[in-house]
Design a protein. Structure first.
Length: 218
């Protein structure tokens, strides 16, 4: 699951609408009632598909939707967004905006995998710097790392090797020591337009899955 930092000012927030699935006025409306006209509008709503219809007391006023509009649909108790068409607003939509400066995401890596590369995408921009928080479930192996392809460092819980010791690693931004001679380490080797690539190295036969939470900075 991935999340981007909200920039709500980039959206156009609209007053709530009562329904979005009607193709014609429902009858009995009162002044101020609002609806999104469903596809195939008829009667007073003919030719107004996707527009927001507002009853003014004697007729209908229409608002043509524009990219980024958001409104609450009351009969569904759900927010909808307009991006080419109306669709349910997701948490990730609030965060996927053009001026996003950082992105929070997560990925995993099984230490059963041989050394190699892993591509992480979906960031939405080319990151310049990355912060990693990583751990192995049910194990003390954990740490924090920094990476920008030229500088890759981490501070890790070294308890599996030396009890109660944390240590500094200067050659990997993700470093897991399961026991002496059994470790798994990674660093970012490529920063791409939509994410980054990690190159992993493996020593011995470590087991378990590394969970990595990260922040990518633009």
């Amino acid at each position: 699951m991935s999340y981007k930092t909200p920039a709500l000012h980039t959206f156009s927030w609209q007053q709530p609408v009562k329904d979005k699935d009607l193709t014609a006025p429902p009858g009995g409306e009162t002044k101020g009632d609002r609806y999104i006209v469903a596809s195939g509008g008829t009667d007073a709503w003919s030719g107004k598909d996707n527009q927001i219809a507002t009853y003014n007391g004697s007729g209908w006023d229409f608002t043509v939707p524009t990219e980024g509009m958001i409104t609450w649909v009351q009969d569904e108790d759900v927010y909808y967004k307009y991006i080419s068409a109306w669709s349910v607003l997701l948490a990730s939509d609030l965060m996927k905006v053009s001026d996003t400066r950082h992105f929070v995401g997560t990925f995993t890596r099984s230490m059963a995998e041989v050394a190699g590369t892993q591509e992480i995408t979906g960031v939405g921009f080319q990151p310049k710097n990355l912060l990693f928080l990583f751990n192995v479930a049910g194990n003390s192996a954990a740490g924090i790392g920094l990476d920008n392809t030229s500088i890759f460092r981490s501070i890790i819980n070294y308890h599996n090797i030396t009890s109660t010791v944390w240590t500094y690693v200067s050659w990997a931004s993700i470093s897991v020591y399961m026991s002496s001679g059994n470790n798994y380490q990674g660093k970012v080797t490529t920063l791409g337009a939509d994410g980054f690539t990690i190159t992993w190295a493996k020593e011995g036969s470590p087991t378990g899955t590394i969970t990595v939470n990260y922040i990518a900075f633009k």
